[in-house]
Write a protein that binds this ligand. Sequence first.
Ligand code: R5P
Length: 286
Amino acid sequence: MRVILPMPGNEAMAQSIAQKLNVECGAIEWRRFPDEEAYVRIASDVRGAHVDVVCTLAHPDPQFLSLVFLAETARDLGASGVSLIAPYLAYMRQDIRFSEGEAISSLHFARLLSRYFDSVTTIDPHLHRIGSLDEIFSIPTRVVSASALIADWIGSRIERPLLIGPDQESEQWISAIAAHAKAPHVVAQKTRLGDRRVEIQLPDISPWRGHLPVLIDDIISSGGTMLAAADQLVDAGLGKPCCVVVHALFSNGVFEALQQASSQVVSTDTVAHASNAIGVAEILAR
Ligand code: R5P
Protein backbone atom coordinates (compact mmCIF):
# COMPACT_ATOMS: atom_id res chain seq x y z
CA MET A 1 0.00 0.00 0.00
CA ARG A 2 1.16 3.52 -0.80
CA VAL A 3 -0.04 6.86 0.58
CA ILE A 4 1.05 10.20 -0.85
CA LEU A 5 1.15 12.97 1.77
CA PRO A 6 1.46 16.63 0.78
CA MET A 7 3.29 19.17 2.88
CA PRO A 8 1.35 22.47 2.98
CA GLY A 9 1.29 24.12 -0.46
CA ASN A 10 1.99 20.83 -2.26
CA GLU A 11 -1.59 19.53 -2.34
CA ALA A 12 -2.14 20.02 -6.10
CA MET A 13 1.10 18.26 -7.07
CA ALA A 14 0.44 15.42 -4.59
CA GLN A 15 -3.11 14.97 -5.92
CA SER A 16 -1.88 14.82 -9.53
CA ILE A 17 0.81 12.27 -8.72
CA ALA A 18 -1.62 10.15 -6.67
CA GLN A 19 -4.21 10.23 -9.48
CA LYS A 20 -1.65 9.15 -12.06
CA LEU A 21 -0.49 6.30 -9.80
CA ASN A 22 -4.04 5.45 -8.76
CA VAL A 23 -3.07 5.52 -5.07
CA GLU A 24 -4.49 7.36 -2.08
CA CYS A 25 -3.61 11.00 -1.51
CA GLY A 26 -3.70 11.40 2.25
CA ALA A 27 -4.04 14.59 4.27
CA ILE A 28 -2.19 16.34 7.04
CA GLU A 29 -3.17 19.13 9.40
CA TRP A 30 -0.58 21.82 9.75
CA ARG A 31 -0.52 25.20 11.46
CA ARG A 32 1.73 27.49 13.45
CA PHE A 33 1.16 28.08 17.14
CA PRO A 34 1.18 31.74 18.26
CA ASP A 35 4.87 31.36 19.19
CA GLU A 36 5.65 30.13 15.61
CA GLU A 37 6.24 26.51 16.57
CA ALA A 38 4.69 24.05 14.10
CA TYR A 39 1.72 21.72 14.68
CA VAL A 40 1.73 18.62 12.45
CA ARG A 41 -0.90 15.85 12.37
CA ILE A 42 -1.30 13.03 9.85
CA ALA A 43 -5.03 12.74 9.21
CA SER A 44 -4.87 9.52 7.14
CA ASP A 45 -4.17 5.91 8.05
CA VAL A 46 -0.54 5.17 7.14
CA ARG A 47 -0.10 1.96 9.17
CA GLY A 48 1.78 -0.56 6.99
CA ALA A 49 1.87 1.84 4.04
CA HIS A 50 4.83 3.29 2.20
CA VAL A 51 4.47 7.05 2.55
CA ASP A 52 5.67 9.44 -0.15
CA VAL A 53 5.88 12.97 1.23
CA VAL A 54 5.56 15.60 -1.50
CA CYS A 55 7.39 18.81 -0.63
CA THR A 56 9.02 21.14 -3.09
CA LEU A 57 11.82 22.79 -1.15
CA ALA A 58 11.54 26.36 -2.38
CA HIS A 59 11.52 27.65 1.23
CA PRO A 60 13.69 25.06 2.95
CA ASP A 61 14.42 26.91 6.18
CA PRO A 62 10.81 27.41 7.36
CA GLN A 63 9.80 24.03 5.87
CA PHE A 64 12.44 21.73 7.25
CA LEU A 65 11.36 21.05 10.85
CA SER A 66 7.76 20.34 9.83
CA LEU A 67 9.03 18.01 7.11
CA VAL A 68 11.04 16.07 9.69
CA PHE A 69 8.08 15.97 12.10
CA LEU A 70 5.91 14.58 9.29
CA ALA A 71 8.41 11.87 8.32
CA GLU A 72 8.99 10.86 11.95
CA THR A 73 5.24 10.82 12.71
CA ALA A 74 4.58 8.58 9.71
CA ARG A 75 7.12 6.09 11.10
CA ASP A 76 5.67 6.40 14.65
CA LEU A 77 2.25 5.56 13.19
CA GLY A 78 3.56 2.39 11.54
CA ALA A 79 4.48 3.42 7.98
CA SER A 80 6.67 0.75 6.37
CA GLY A 81 8.87 3.40 4.75
CA VAL A 82 8.99 7.15 4.09
CA SER A 83 10.26 8.68 0.87
CA LEU A 84 10.57 12.29 -0.19
CA ILE A 85 9.38 13.61 -3.53
CA ALA A 86 10.94 17.08 -3.79
CA PRO A 87 10.23 18.50 -7.26
CA TYR A 88 12.75 21.25 -6.39
CA LEU A 89 15.70 20.28 -4.21
CA ALA A 90 17.16 23.25 -2.35
CA TYR A 91 20.70 24.10 -1.24
CA MET A 92 22.40 22.47 -4.21
CA ARG A 93 24.38 25.50 -5.40
CA GLN A 94 26.69 25.93 -2.38
CA ASP A 95 28.58 22.75 -3.29
CA ILE A 96 32.09 23.84 -2.37
CA ARG A 97 33.75 26.17 0.12
CA PHE A 98 34.26 29.30 -1.99
CA SER A 99 35.78 31.15 1.01
CA GLU A 100 37.46 29.72 4.06
CA GLY A 101 35.02 28.74 6.83
CA GLU A 102 31.89 28.48 4.66
CA ALA A 103 29.36 25.67 5.16
CA ILE A 104 29.11 23.28 2.21
CA SER A 105 25.33 23.48 2.45
CA SER A 106 24.54 20.94 -0.28
CA LEU A 107 26.40 18.24 1.63
CA HIS A 108 24.91 19.08 5.02
CA PHE A 109 21.39 19.34 3.63
CA ALA A 110 21.75 16.01 1.84
CA ARG A 111 23.01 14.38 5.04
CA LEU A 112 20.05 15.76 6.99
CA LEU A 113 17.49 14.49 4.46
CA SER A 114 19.27 11.11 4.38
CA ARG A 115 18.66 10.79 8.11
CA TYR A 116 14.88 11.06 7.89
CA PHE A 117 13.92 9.58 4.51
CA ASP A 118 14.46 6.23 2.81
CA SER A 119 14.83 7.75 -0.66
CA VAL A 120 14.60 11.08 -2.48
CA THR A 121 13.19 11.80 -5.93
CA THR A 122 13.69 15.18 -7.54
CA ILE A 123 13.67 17.02 -10.87
CA ASP A 124 16.84 18.43 -12.43
CA PRO A 125 18.85 19.21 -9.28
CA HIS A 126 21.64 21.76 -9.68
CA LEU A 127 24.50 19.31 -10.21
CA HIS A 128 27.55 21.35 -11.02
CA ARG A 129 30.74 20.41 -9.22
CA ILE A 130 28.94 17.35 -7.80
CA GLY A 131 28.44 14.74 -10.53
CA SER A 132 25.62 12.81 -8.90
CA LEU A 133 23.34 13.09 -5.86
CA ASP A 134 24.78 9.78 -4.69
CA GLU A 135 27.99 11.60 -3.82
CA ILE A 136 26.23 13.52 -1.05
CA PHE A 137 23.16 11.42 -0.11
CA SER A 138 23.50 8.12 1.75
CA ILE A 139 20.00 6.96 0.66
CA PRO A 140 18.84 6.01 -2.85
CA THR A 141 18.15 9.05 -5.03
CA ARG A 142 16.25 9.37 -8.28
CA VAL A 143 16.75 12.27 -10.65
CA VAL A 144 14.02 12.94 -13.18
CA SER A 145 14.73 15.24 -16.09
CA ALA A 146 12.27 17.81 -17.44
CA SER A 147 14.40 18.26 -20.60
CA ALA A 148 12.05 16.34 -22.93
CA LEU A 149 9.00 18.25 -21.65
CA ILE A 150 10.77 21.58 -22.14
CA ALA A 151 11.95 20.55 -25.61
CA ASP A 152 8.39 19.53 -26.55
CA TRP A 153 7.03 22.85 -25.28
CA ILE A 154 9.58 24.80 -27.33
CA GLY A 155 9.12 22.59 -30.39
CA SER A 156 5.36 23.07 -30.44
CA ARG A 157 5.36 26.84 -29.90
CA ILE A 158 8.52 28.44 -31.26
CA GLU A 159 9.64 28.44 -34.86
CA ARG A 160 13.37 28.53 -35.56
CA PRO A 161 14.49 28.69 -31.91
CA LEU A 162 18.09 29.31 -30.90
CA LEU A 163 18.55 27.84 -27.41
CA ILE A 164 20.88 29.82 -25.17
CA GLY A 165 22.34 28.77 -21.84
CA PRO A 166 23.45 31.73 -19.73
CA ASP A 167 26.47 29.97 -18.21
CA GLN A 168 28.70 26.92 -18.50
CA GLU A 169 26.70 25.06 -15.85
CA SER A 170 23.62 25.18 -18.06
CA GLU A 171 25.39 23.27 -20.87
CA GLN A 172 24.10 19.94 -19.46
CA TRP A 173 20.42 20.98 -19.65
CA ILE A 174 20.71 23.00 -22.85
CA SER A 175 22.43 20.26 -24.81
CA ALA A 176 19.84 17.66 -23.69
CA ILE A 177 16.96 19.98 -24.61
CA ALA A 178 18.60 20.96 -27.91
CA ALA A 179 19.10 17.31 -28.86
CA HIS A 180 15.47 16.53 -28.12
CA ALA A 181 14.13 19.66 -29.85
CA LYS A 182 16.58 19.28 -32.78
CA ALA A 183 17.46 22.96 -32.36
CA PRO A 184 20.82 24.76 -32.36
CA HIS A 185 22.23 25.89 -29.01
CA VAL A 186 24.98 28.12 -27.65
CA VAL A 187 26.24 28.73 -24.13
CA ALA A 188 27.33 32.09 -22.69
CA GLN A 189 29.99 32.82 -20.05
CA LYS A 190 28.88 34.15 -16.68
CA THR A 191 30.89 35.95 -14.03
CA ARG A 192 29.12 36.28 -10.69
CA LEU A 193 29.80 39.61 -9.00
CA GLY A 194 27.44 39.15 -6.03
CA ASP A 195 24.18 37.46 -4.93
CA ARG A 196 22.20 39.50 -7.46
CA ARG A 197 24.78 40.79 -9.93
CA VAL A 198 26.32 38.89 -12.80
CA GLU A 199 28.08 39.70 -16.05
CA ILE A 200 27.19 37.69 -19.14
CA GLN A 201 29.31 37.37 -22.23
CA LEU A 202 27.53 35.93 -25.25
CA PRO A 203 29.40 33.85 -27.83
CA ASP A 204 29.25 34.95 -31.49
CA ILE A 205 25.58 34.62 -32.38
CA SER A 206 25.79 36.26 -35.82
CA PRO A 207 25.22 32.90 -37.61
CA TRP A 208 21.83 32.68 -35.87
CA ARG A 209 20.20 35.90 -37.01
CA GLY A 210 16.60 35.21 -37.92
CA HIS A 211 16.26 32.68 -35.09
CA LEU A 212 14.13 33.33 -32.01
CA PRO A 213 16.32 33.38 -28.87
CA VAL A 214 15.18 31.07 -26.08
CA LEU A 215 17.08 31.50 -22.81
CA ILE A 216 17.00 28.38 -20.65
CA ASP A 217 18.20 27.95 -17.06
CA ASP A 218 17.54 25.53 -14.25
CA ILE A 219 16.78 28.19 -11.62
CA ILE A 220 15.67 31.81 -11.58
CA SER A 221 16.22 33.27 -8.12
CA SER A 222 17.30 36.92 -8.04
CA GLY A 223 16.78 36.98 -11.83
CA GLY A 224 20.21 38.58 -12.24
CA THR A 225 21.36 35.87 -14.66
CA MET A 226 18.32 35.91 -16.95
CA LEU A 227 18.00 39.72 -16.93
CA ALA A 228 21.67 40.24 -17.84
CA ALA A 229 21.48 37.60 -20.59
CA ALA A 230 18.25 39.07 -21.99
CA ASP A 231 19.85 42.54 -22.14
CA GLN A 232 22.85 41.13 -23.99
CA LEU A 233 20.62 39.45 -26.57
CA VAL A 234 18.74 42.67 -27.25
CA ASP A 235 22.05 44.58 -27.56
CA ALA A 236 23.30 41.91 -29.97
CA GLY A 237 20.26 42.50 -32.19
CA LEU A 238 18.50 39.17 -31.64
CA GLY A 239 15.52 40.77 -29.88
CA LYS A 240 13.79 39.95 -26.61
CA PRO A 241 14.16 36.27 -25.73
CA CYS A 242 11.61 33.76 -24.51
CA CYS A 243 12.82 32.72 -21.03
CA VAL A 244 12.30 29.14 -19.92
CA VAL A 245 13.22 27.86 -16.46
CA VAL A 246 12.82 24.60 -14.60
CA HIS A 247 12.55 25.92 -11.04
CA ALA A 248 10.71 29.26 -10.70
CA LEU A 249 11.99 30.59 -7.39
CA PHE A 250 11.66 34.29 -8.39
CA SER A 251 12.48 36.67 -5.56
CA ASN A 252 10.20 39.71 -5.17
CA GLY A 253 9.55 41.80 -8.28
CA VAL A 254 11.82 39.73 -10.53
CA PHE A 255 9.05 38.07 -12.53
CA GLU A 256 7.62 41.45 -13.52
CA ALA A 257 11.06 42.79 -14.48
CA LEU A 258 11.75 39.71 -16.58
CA GLN A 259 8.35 39.95 -18.29
CA GLN A 260 9.40 43.44 -19.45
CA ALA A 261 12.78 42.23 -20.67
CA SER A 262 11.50 39.16 -22.56
CA SER A 263 8.81 38.06 -24.98
CA GLN A 264 7.52 35.40 -22.57
CA VAL A 265 8.52 33.76 -19.27
CA VAL A 266 7.69 30.09 -18.85
CA SER A 267 8.46 27.53 -16.14
CA THR A 268 7.73 23.96 -15.11
CA ASP A 269 5.48 23.57 -12.08
CA THR A 270 8.18 22.14 -9.76
CA VAL A 271 7.57 25.38 -7.82
CA ALA A 272 4.03 26.80 -8.06
CA HIS A 273 4.21 30.17 -9.86
CA ALA A 274 2.24 32.33 -12.29
CA SER A 275 4.73 31.41 -15.05
CA ASN A 276 4.02 27.63 -14.80
CA ALA A 277 3.21 26.16 -18.20
CA ILE A 278 4.89 22.73 -18.17
CA GLY A 279 3.53 20.09 -15.76
CA VAL A 280 5.90 17.55 -14.19
CA ALA A 281 3.44 15.32 -12.24
CA GLU A 282 3.41 12.72 -15.02
CA ILE A 283 7.20 12.27 -15.12
CA LEU A 284 7.38 12.20 -11.31
CA ALA A 285 4.66 9.56 -11.13
CA ARG A 286 6.41 7.49 -13.79
C1 R5P B 1 23.45 28.83 -11.12
O1 R5P B 1 24.44 28.82 -11.77
C2 R5P B 1 22.10 28.50 -11.69
O2 R5P B 1 22.21 27.66 -12.81
C3 R5P B 1 21.33 29.75 -12.07
O3 R5P B 1 21.93 30.37 -13.18
C4 R5P B 1 21.29 30.70 -10.93
O4 R5P B 1 20.92 30.05 -9.75
C5 R5P B 1 20.32 31.82 -11.20
O5 R5P B 1 20.31 32.66 -10.10
P1 R5P B 1 19.88 34.18 -10.23
O6 R5P B 1 18.47 34.19 -10.78
O7 R5P B 1 19.93 34.68 -8.82
O8 R5P B 1 20.85 34.86 -11.13
